[in-house]
Design a protein around this ligand. Structure first.
Ligand SMILES: [Zn+2]
Length: 240
């Protein structure tokens, strides 16, 4: 029975992953961030020629594998990120289980991917996250503290180190995590961000002064702190 439940959660997760891919695409079109202009309000459609997809062209992961990563209509390459996001969401759904956190995980995954691709944290996603965090977390003090902390950093760095979207996301983080986990989340975000940033520079993956989005690190820090924040605090205090 448990295995059946996990398989169902995995399948549901891949479908949500497929939904995230679509939402990233449509949001990018709406924000004018992509050359593609094709949208269709009701049905799933080909990103490139706009033809409506048959149900069997729209099965998460499987359609991509069967079609060898190409569209059936016009033979264009479909991004590898599509099946990757679907697989990862399937795994995340199995790990989180049937809980309210699934909704938060979905929105965070969407924001993370969108920020990686376009360096923007879409407001609508952050605002829903804030409302959810007020409902289940309601740590007002750490929410306002976290938002204020990043707001000061944002003003001091004149928006070079991070965007205003990160400040709004910090409000969510504080509300959702509470104290002291919010501190752990910030530490992790800055440390992982610095390590990744330096690695990208040293390997010449990015040029000097090329900005990298900070949102993905905040989201990674939030996730780790939510599940392992107390353990990390415990080992850290013993080590000191
Ligand atoms: Zn097509």
């Amino acid at each position: 029975m448990e295995l059946f439940m996990e398989i169902m959660l995995f399948v549901l997760g891949t479908c949500v992953g497929s939904f995230i891919n679509m939402l990233v695409y449509r949001t990018a079109v709406r924000y004018g961030l992509t050359k593609n202009k094709i949208t269709n309000k009701n049905r799933s459609f080909c990103d490139y020629c706009g033809r409506q997809l048959k149900w069997y062209e729209n099965i998460p992961v499987i359609s991509w594998v069967v079609q060898k990563g190409k569209t059936r209509c016009c033979g264009k390459n479909l991004p590898k990120e599509y099946p990757l996001v679907e697989m990862i969401m399937g795994i995340i759904f199995v790990m989180v289980g049937l809980r309210m956190e699934l909704l938060i995980a979905t929105l965070l995954a969407f924001s993370l991917i969108f920020d990686l691709k376009y360096m923007i944290l879409p407001d609508f996603s952050t605002y829903i996250l804030i409302v959810l965090a007020i409902i289940i977390g309601h740590n007002w003090f750490s929410g306002l503290g976290a938002g204020l902390f990043l707001l000061i950093l944002y003003l001091v760095t004149k928006g070079k180190g991070m965007g205003f979207g990160d400040v709004k996301l910090a409000l969510f983080m504080g509300l959702f995590l509470g104290y002291p986990n919010i501190i752990v989340a910030f530490y992790l975000a800055f440390i992982i961000g610095a390590v990744v940033g330096v690695t990208l520079l040293v390997t010449k993956t990015i040029k000097r002064k090329q900005p990298i989005p900070f949102g993905p690190f905040l989201i990674l820090g939030t996730t780790i702190a939510y599940y392992w924040g107390e353990k990390i605090m415990y080992y850290f205090s013993r080590w000191l």
